[in-house]
Design a protein around this ligand. Structure first.
Ligand SMILES: [Zn+2]
Length: 252
Protein backbone atom coordinates (compact mmCIF):
# COMPACT_ATOMS: atom_id res chain seq x y z
CA UNK A 1 0.00 0.00 0.00
CA UNK A 2 1.39 3.32 -1.02
CA UNK A 3 1.33 6.55 0.95
CA UNK A 4 -1.86 8.43 -0.02
CA UNK A 5 -1.75 11.77 -1.81
CA UNK A 6 -1.97 14.58 0.70
CA UNK A 7 -1.64 18.34 0.88
CA UNK A 8 0.21 20.42 3.43
CA UNK A 9 -1.90 22.03 6.14
CA UNK A 10 -1.91 25.84 6.52
CA UNK A 11 0.59 27.58 8.82
CA UNK A 12 3.68 26.21 10.56
CA UNK A 13 4.20 24.90 14.08
CA UNK A 14 5.21 27.76 16.38
CA UNK A 15 7.67 25.52 18.28
CA UNK A 16 9.22 22.10 17.63
CA UNK A 17 6.85 19.12 17.78
CA UNK A 18 7.62 15.82 19.54
CA UNK A 19 8.25 12.77 17.34
CA UNK A 20 5.73 9.94 17.54
CA UNK A 21 6.94 6.93 15.57
CA UNK A 22 4.35 4.64 13.94
CA UNK A 23 5.98 1.83 16.00
CA UNK A 24 4.72 3.53 19.16
CA UNK A 25 1.15 4.09 17.96
CA UNK A 26 -1.60 1.78 19.24
CA UNK A 27 -4.81 3.56 18.15
CA UNK A 28 -6.04 5.70 15.27
CA UNK A 29 -8.58 8.15 16.75
CA UNK A 30 -11.27 9.72 14.52
CA UNK A 31 -12.76 13.17 15.19
CA UNK A 32 -15.37 15.46 13.68
CA UNK A 33 -15.14 19.26 14.02
CA UNK A 34 -18.46 19.78 15.85
CA UNK A 35 -18.89 22.62 13.35
CA UNK A 36 -20.90 22.50 10.12
CA UNK A 37 -18.54 24.44 7.84
CA UNK A 38 -15.19 25.20 9.51
CA UNK A 39 -12.26 24.50 7.19
CA UNK A 40 -8.66 23.76 8.12
CA UNK A 41 -7.81 27.49 8.26
CA UNK A 42 -10.55 27.83 10.88
CA UNK A 43 -9.21 24.81 12.78
CA UNK A 44 -5.74 26.35 12.75
CA UNK A 45 -7.24 29.55 14.16
CA UNK A 46 -9.17 27.67 16.90
CA UNK A 47 -6.18 25.60 17.94
CA UNK A 48 -3.30 28.06 17.50
CA UNK A 49 -4.89 31.45 18.16
CA UNK A 50 -7.72 30.60 20.56
CA UNK A 51 -6.19 27.62 22.42
CA UNK A 52 -2.62 28.90 21.93
CA UNK A 53 -1.34 25.44 20.93
CA UNK A 54 1.87 25.30 18.89
CA UNK A 55 0.08 23.75 15.91
CA UNK A 56 -3.15 22.21 14.60
CA UNK A 57 -3.91 19.37 17.04
CA UNK A 58 -4.63 16.61 14.50
CA UNK A 59 -2.12 14.41 12.70
CA UNK A 60 -4.22 14.42 9.52
CA UNK A 61 -7.41 16.12 8.37
CA UNK A 62 -9.99 15.29 5.69
CA UNK A 63 -12.16 17.94 4.00
CA UNK A 64 -15.71 17.43 2.66
CA UNK A 65 -14.28 16.91 -0.85
CA UNK A 66 -12.00 14.10 0.40
CA UNK A 67 -8.74 16.07 0.28
CA UNK A 68 -6.34 14.70 2.88
CA UNK A 69 -4.14 17.22 4.70
CA UNK A 70 -1.01 16.35 6.63
CA UNK A 71 -0.99 18.34 9.87
CA UNK A 72 1.33 16.84 12.50
CA UNK A 73 2.00 13.64 10.54
CA UNK A 74 4.34 11.42 12.58
CA UNK A 75 4.61 13.98 15.40
CA UNK A 76 2.65 13.79 18.64
CA UNK A 77 -0.79 15.36 18.29
CA UNK A 78 -3.06 17.30 20.65
CA UNK A 79 -6.44 15.72 20.02
CA UNK A 80 -7.38 13.65 23.08
CA UNK A 81 -5.94 14.46 26.51
CA UNK A 82 -3.82 11.74 28.17
CA UNK A 83 -3.87 9.62 25.00
CA UNK A 84 -1.81 11.73 22.60
CA UNK A 85 1.45 9.90 23.28
CA UNK A 86 0.32 6.64 21.61
CA UNK A 87 -2.35 7.71 19.13
CA UNK A 88 -2.66 9.51 15.80
CA UNK A 89 -5.71 11.77 15.46
CA UNK A 90 -7.62 12.17 12.21
CA UNK A 91 -10.03 15.10 11.94
CA UNK A 92 -12.94 15.32 9.48
CA UNK A 93 -14.63 18.52 8.38
CA UNK A 94 -18.24 18.78 9.54
CA UNK A 95 -20.63 18.15 12.41
CA UNK A 96 -21.74 14.54 12.24
CA UNK A 97 -24.42 15.02 14.86
CA UNK A 98 -26.35 17.20 12.41
CA UNK A 99 -24.99 16.46 8.93
CA UNK A 100 -23.68 13.51 6.96
CA UNK A 101 -20.12 12.42 6.39
CA UNK A 102 -19.54 12.62 2.62
CA UNK A 103 -18.72 9.66 0.35
CA UNK A 104 -15.41 11.38 -0.43
CA UNK A 105 -14.59 11.62 3.28
CA UNK A 106 -15.36 7.94 3.80
CA UNK A 107 -13.20 6.95 0.83
CA UNK A 108 -10.25 9.11 1.90
CA UNK A 109 -10.73 7.99 5.50
CA UNK A 110 -10.33 4.37 4.38
CA UNK A 111 -7.25 5.14 2.27
CA UNK A 112 -5.59 7.15 5.05
CA UNK A 113 -6.42 4.80 7.93
CA UNK A 114 -5.40 1.72 5.93
CA UNK A 115 -2.03 3.26 5.15
CA UNK A 116 -1.54 4.36 8.78
CA UNK A 117 -2.61 0.95 10.09
CA UNK A 118 -0.04 -0.66 7.84
CA UNK A 119 2.72 1.76 8.92
CA UNK A 120 1.84 1.25 12.60
CA UNK A 121 1.30 -2.51 12.33
CA UNK A 122 -2.33 -2.17 13.47
CA UNK A 123 -5.59 -3.79 12.36
CA UNK A 124 -9.00 -2.22 11.72
CA UNK A 125 -9.84 -3.03 15.38
CA UNK A 126 -7.51 -0.24 16.50
CA UNK A 127 -9.54 2.41 14.67
CA UNK A 128 -11.69 4.19 17.26
CA UNK A 129 -13.70 7.36 17.79
CA UNK A 130 -12.69 10.10 20.24
CA UNK A 131 -15.64 9.02 22.43
CA UNK A 132 -14.21 5.50 22.71
CA UNK A 133 -11.18 6.72 24.67
CA UNK A 134 -12.54 9.80 26.47
CA UNK A 135 -15.83 11.30 27.61
CA UNK A 136 -16.95 12.83 24.32
CA UNK A 137 -19.75 12.51 21.77
CA UNK A 138 -17.16 13.02 19.02
CA UNK A 139 -17.26 11.96 16.17
CA UNK A 140 -21.07 11.66 16.62
CA UNK A 141 -23.67 9.26 15.24
CA UNK A 142 -23.35 10.05 11.52
CA UNK A 143 -19.64 9.20 11.46
CA UNK A 144 -19.52 6.09 9.24
CA UNK A 145 -17.37 4.01 11.59
CA UNK A 146 -18.40 0.48 10.55
CA UNK A 147 -18.02 1.28 6.84
CA UNK A 148 -14.63 2.82 7.57
CA UNK A 149 -13.41 -0.22 9.49
CA UNK A 150 -14.73 -2.67 6.88
CA UNK A 151 -12.98 -0.72 4.14
CA UNK A 152 -9.68 -0.66 6.02
CA UNK A 153 -9.91 -4.37 6.76
CA UNK A 154 -10.41 -5.13 3.06
CA UNK A 155 -7.53 -2.86 2.05
CA UNK A 156 -5.18 -4.46 4.58
CA UNK A 157 -6.10 -7.97 3.46
CA UNK A 158 -5.29 -7.05 -0.10
CA UNK A 159 -1.69 -6.00 0.60
CA UNK A 160 0.59 -7.83 -1.81
CA UNK A 161 -0.38 -11.47 -2.21
CA UNK A 162 1.85 -14.21 -3.61
CA UNK A 163 0.00 -14.09 -6.94
CA UNK A 164 0.93 -10.44 -7.33
CA UNK A 165 4.63 -11.31 -7.10
CA UNK A 166 4.73 -11.65 -10.85
CA UNK A 167 8.25 -10.51 -11.70
CA UNK A 168 11.63 -12.14 -11.27
CA UNK A 169 14.98 -10.62 -10.35
CA UNK A 170 17.99 -12.62 -11.53
CA UNK A 171 21.61 -12.28 -10.42
CA UNK A 172 24.48 -14.70 -10.88
CA UNK A 173 22.22 -17.69 -11.66
CA UNK A 174 19.90 -17.17 -8.66
CA UNK A 175 16.55 -15.39 -8.56
CA UNK A 176 13.96 -13.87 -6.21
CA UNK A 177 10.41 -12.67 -6.84
CA UNK A 178 9.15 -9.12 -7.06
CA UNK A 179 6.15 -7.20 -8.37
CA UNK A 180 5.60 -4.53 -10.99
CA UNK A 181 3.71 -1.35 -10.20
CA UNK A 182 3.55 1.85 -12.24
CA UNK A 183 6.26 0.51 -14.54
CA UNK A 184 8.72 -0.17 -11.72
CA UNK A 185 9.75 -3.54 -10.33
CA UNK A 186 9.81 -3.75 -6.56
CA UNK A 187 11.70 -6.34 -4.57
CA UNK A 188 11.72 -7.15 -0.89
CA UNK A 189 14.81 -5.51 0.55
CA UNK A 190 15.90 -8.61 2.49
CA UNK A 191 15.62 -10.83 -0.62
CA UNK A 192 17.63 -8.45 -2.75
CA UNK A 193 20.33 -8.19 -0.08
CA UNK A 194 20.64 -11.99 0.05
CA UNK A 195 20.62 -12.26 -3.74
CA UNK A 196 23.42 -9.82 -4.39
CA UNK A 197 25.28 -10.34 -1.11
CA UNK A 198 24.89 -6.93 0.44
CA UNK A 199 24.35 -6.02 4.09
CA UNK A 200 21.24 -4.35 5.53
CA UNK A 201 21.41 -2.51 8.83
CA UNK A 202 18.68 -1.05 10.99
CA UNK A 203 19.47 1.75 13.41
CA UNK A 204 17.14 1.46 16.40
CA UNK A 205 17.71 5.06 17.46
CA UNK A 206 17.29 6.84 14.15
CA UNK A 207 15.00 4.13 12.62
CA UNK A 208 17.15 4.40 9.52
CA UNK A 209 17.64 1.43 7.22
CA UNK A 210 20.91 1.23 5.31
CA UNK A 211 21.53 -0.99 2.30
CA UNK A 212 25.23 -1.43 1.57
CA UNK A 213 25.90 1.57 3.82
CA UNK A 214 23.42 3.88 2.07
CA UNK A 215 20.23 5.07 3.74
CA UNK A 216 17.12 3.82 1.93
CA UNK A 217 13.42 4.61 2.35
CA UNK A 218 11.44 1.46 1.51
CA UNK A 219 7.68 1.12 1.21
CA UNK A 220 6.24 -1.26 3.77
CA UNK A 221 3.61 -3.81 2.76
CA UNK A 222 2.31 -6.25 5.37
CA UNK A 223 5.36 -5.58 7.51
CA UNK A 224 7.84 -6.22 4.69
CA UNK A 225 10.07 -3.56 3.16
CA UNK A 226 10.16 -3.17 -0.62
CA UNK A 227 12.30 -0.98 -2.86
CA UNK A 228 12.43 -0.35 -6.60
CA UNK A 229 15.10 -2.76 -7.93
CA UNK A 230 16.59 -0.42 -10.51
CA UNK A 231 17.35 2.42 -8.10
CA UNK A 232 19.00 0.28 -5.46
CA UNK A 233 20.88 -1.94 -7.88
CA UNK A 234 22.32 1.01 -9.78
CA UNK A 235 23.30 2.60 -6.48
CA UNK A 236 25.54 -0.37 -5.73
CA UNK A 237 27.07 -0.36 -9.21
CA UNK A 238 25.10 -3.15 -10.93
CA UNK A 239 23.75 -2.89 -14.45
CA UNK A 240 20.01 -3.44 -14.83
CA UNK A 241 18.19 -4.99 -17.81
CA UNK A 242 14.46 -5.67 -18.14
CA UNK A 243 13.03 -8.47 -20.25
CA UNK A 244 9.35 -7.72 -20.85
CA UNK A 245 8.37 -11.20 -22.14
CA UNK A 246 9.58 -13.06 -19.07
CA UNK A 247 9.01 -10.08 -16.69
CA UNK A 248 12.58 -10.47 -15.53
CA UNK A 249 15.06 -7.97 -14.18
CA UNK A 250 18.60 -9.05 -15.02
CA UNK A 251 21.30 -7.73 -12.70
CA UNK A 252 24.98 -7.90 -13.66
ZN1 LIG B 1 -12.83 14.68 18.85
Amino acid sequence: MKKPQMRAAPRQASSPLTDLSPNDVGLLVQHHMAHSSGNLHDVARWHMDDNVWNYIGYNYWIAFDGTIYKCRGFKQGAHVSNHNHYTYGIGYQGHFGSQNMTEEQLESGIILNAWLAQECGLSADEIVGHGDVAASACPERNFRMSELKDGVEAALEKGVSASELNAKIVYDGNDVKGFVEDGRTYVQLRNLADLVGVQIDYDNDTKEITFDGKVVDPIVIEGRSYLPVREVAEDIGLSVDWDQDSRTVLLK
